[in-house]
Structure formats: C-alpha cells, structure tokens
Design a protein around this ligand. Structure first.
Ligand code: GN1
Ligand code: MG
Length: 368
C-alpha cells in the first residue's frame, strides 16, 4: 500500500493525532504490517491475510477477549497493560477492525515504544527472558475458557493432518515441482511416525489442551531496549486451544537455529544447545510445576516435532505453487523446508543431550 492508502485506512480508526508517516514494518510471512507514526503517538496497522484467516471476525473476537483477559491480569499484578499486551484501537464506529469492502480487512494496535522484536537471538539472556514470558503468557491464560475462542485455523498444529496435506500436494503436484524434491519427500516419509506423538497423547488425555499462542517465533515477542526483559507477546492471531508442546517447540525451532529459517548454507543450520538450555531453564522455572509428567517427558521431542511440521508446511506450499507463505525469491519455500529438515536432523542427533537438560531443570523446578 502507498502512504496515501495507509493514511486513508488509518483515518477510519479513532485516533486523534496528526498523521506523519507510514512504513512497511516487521518480517511476518502472513499479514502486511505498517508502522504509522503520528505527531505524539505510534501504531501498527495490519492488513489481515484473508486467504489464511478465512474468518477475520473470529480472529478479532479472539484477540479482543484474550487481550482483555491479559490486561486484567497485568493490572492486578501491578503491571502496565499498555506495554505488556497488545491494545486494539477501535474504529470511529467502535469496531475492532475495518473492512473496506474489497481490498481487505484492517486493524490497528498501539505501538509499544522502547522495545523491539529481533529476527535472531542476539543475547542468550534475551532468549531466557523470552522463555519466561511465553511461560507466563501460558499461565495468564490458564483461567481462560478455551470454549470462548474460535479455532481461527482448523488443525493448525495437527501434525498428522499436516502430513496428509503434504501427501495431497504430492498427488496433485499443481506446480509440477515434485520431481525436484524427491529426497525431501523421502526424508518426510521416513519420519511419518513422529507426526503422531503429540496428537496421540492429546487423544489419550495425557497431554492436556490448554489455551496456547501457537506461533511462538522469537520475533513475536518484544524485548525492552533498556532492560532486556521480554515484555509483550504479539501476533495473537492463532491463540487457540492447543498443547504447550507446540509453543515450547516452535520457540526452539526458530530461536535455537544457529542459521536462518531460510538459510541456503545448511552448514550454518544446527541447534545451539546453549540456547536450548536457556530456553528450557526459563520455561520450566515459570511453568514447570503446572505441567503433567507426559508433557515434560515429551519436551525433548517438541522442538524436533514442530520443526518437522513447519518443514512439511513449507514443502507443501512449495508444491502448491507458493500460495500460503509470502516468498521473497523463487524456491524460497524450498529453501525454508530444507533448512527446517537440516535442523530436524541435528535435533535428532542431540536428543540425548536434550533429555538430560530437560531432566536437570525438571529436578530443579518441578515437584512431583
Ligand atoms: C507464520 O506470521 P508469522 O510469520 O509470525 C505462520 C507460522 C509459521 C511461521 C514460520 C498463521 O508466522 O505458523 O510457523 O510463519 N503463521 C501462520 O516462520 O501460518
Ligand atoms: Mg509474526
């Protein structure tokens, strides 16, 4: 969108401040985000991806309820809800979003100043702080009624159904790309049993359904510039019923990777065990006593599982002709899939070390 277009959309929202500028912002793969600067205040304006989120009203319903719940908890703990959670700016008509009838669906949040998200973990203690914040988020939502939330993307972390989606994409071979990815497909087929682990545990009841974030990428958390504390969790579009193993696992997928999510140099892609330990330490310190034995037992597998799932999703999108994730170069989704699979392999090799680390902090923080 041009600056004028952003301004036109932004003017529908109840902000009484003078518009100064608008710039594309952030590195998300789904929505389009802009930083809107006014004379005395700042905002993020987002165009929600309608293809991915088929029911944008449901997304906003969830975010409204979740942020209201979080704000009440933060206030009760003496915190500042304007910095510690997202705040929806209503339209001049009092809605949580604006639909322009054709181009799209927009929403505005107040911008948290003096904090930023990072595309990569630069300082291990930031990752430890992020773990504590994600675990705290989980705790804050413990009393929230999961039944009040819509499932904004059905089967989002159902790894079994993600595997089936990939098989369908292989069958259709819409973009004629199957022949290029035989070894990646073989890699996935060899690990098909992995898809069942958490899905089965949920079904048999040993892993409980909780309200989870479901997209706990390190760049979905704001780190305070002054203190290094992880203060605010953003990107609440997929807050839904799920397993804590998805949240813990997705943070590890993105954050422990020594390379980039889409690194073409696979020698750079491996799991940094120092970061694995920092994250696990922070997470169990805050949430350990609330977890079931089976959840803890599956923690060493969670990073590998979600990395595998994400790799399958990138590969599926590559085969479908890049219709889901934004891409910035041809074969971008394939590069992403390959990097995820390299990370899966490395996590397999380090499984025993992961078990030992989880055990160490279980003994320290979980009392059974
Ligand atoms: C997407 O929107 P963003 O970039 O935070 C995706 C996640 C993936 C992630 C991979 C709604 O997250 O599930 O793990 O890309 N979000 C959705 O980087 O599909
Ligand atoms: Mg995001």
């Amino acid at each position: 969108m041009t600056r004028e277009e952003v301004y036109e959309i932004f003017s529908k929202f109840a902000v009484d401040d003078e518009f100064v500028s608008a710039e594309p912002f952030g590195g998300g793969h789904i929505n389009d985000t802009y930083l809107v600067v006014c004379k005395n205040s700042k905002y993020t304006l987002q165009q929600l991806n309608h293809h991915v989120f088929r029911e944008p009203e449901h997304v906003m319903h969830n975010i409204r309820l979740v942020t209201e719940h979080l704000a009440a908890q933060i206030r009760a703990a003496g915190g500042d809800p304007l910095r510690e959670t997202l705040n929806i700016v209503r339209t001049r008509d009092g809605n949580t979003h604006y639909y322009d009838g054709q181009r799209g669906f927009y929403r505005v949040f107040t911008f948290v100043d003096g904090a930023r998200s990072y595309p990569k973990v630069e300082t291990p203690v930031h990752f430890y702080n992020a773990a504590r914040a994600f675990a705290k988020f989980q705790k804050q939502l413990a009393g929230f009624r999961a039944g009040d939330l819509y499932e904004t993307i059905p089967n989002f972390h159902n790894t079994v159904s993600r595997y089936k989606d990939l098989l369908l994409a292989i069958d259709y071979d819409k973009a004629g790309r199957c022949a290029f990815v035989e070894s990646e497909i073989a890699f996935v087929r060899e690990r098909r049993d992995l898809c069942h682990v958490v899905v089965d545990a949920i079904e048999e009841g040993s892993v409980p359904i909780r309200v989870t974030h479901n997209d706990t990428k390190y760049d979905n958390i704001l780190i305070d510039d002054a203190t290094g504390e992880a203060i605010c969790i953003i990107d609440l579009d997929t807050v839904m019923p799920g397993s804590m193993l998805y949240d813990y696992g997705d943070s590890l997928r993105f954050g422990t990777n020594a390379g980039a999510e889409d690194d073409r140099d696979l020698s750079r892609v491996y799991c940094r065990m120092d970061l694995f330990e920092e994250f696990t330490r922070g997470y169990l310190e805050v949430l350990g006593p609330n977890l079931t034995p089976r959840e803890i037992e599956l923690m060493p597998l969670a990073g590998r599982l979600i990395t595998f799932e994400c790799g399958m999703r990138f590969l599926t999108d590559f085969l479908n002709g890049d219709v889901y994730f934004k891409i910035h170069r041809p074969s971008h989704n394939l590069d992403r899939a390959r990097a995820q699979f390299k990370l899966v392999q490395d996590m397999e090799n380090r499984y025993d070390e992961m078990v030992a680390i989880v055990q160490k902090y279980k003994e320290r923080y979980c009392h059974d």
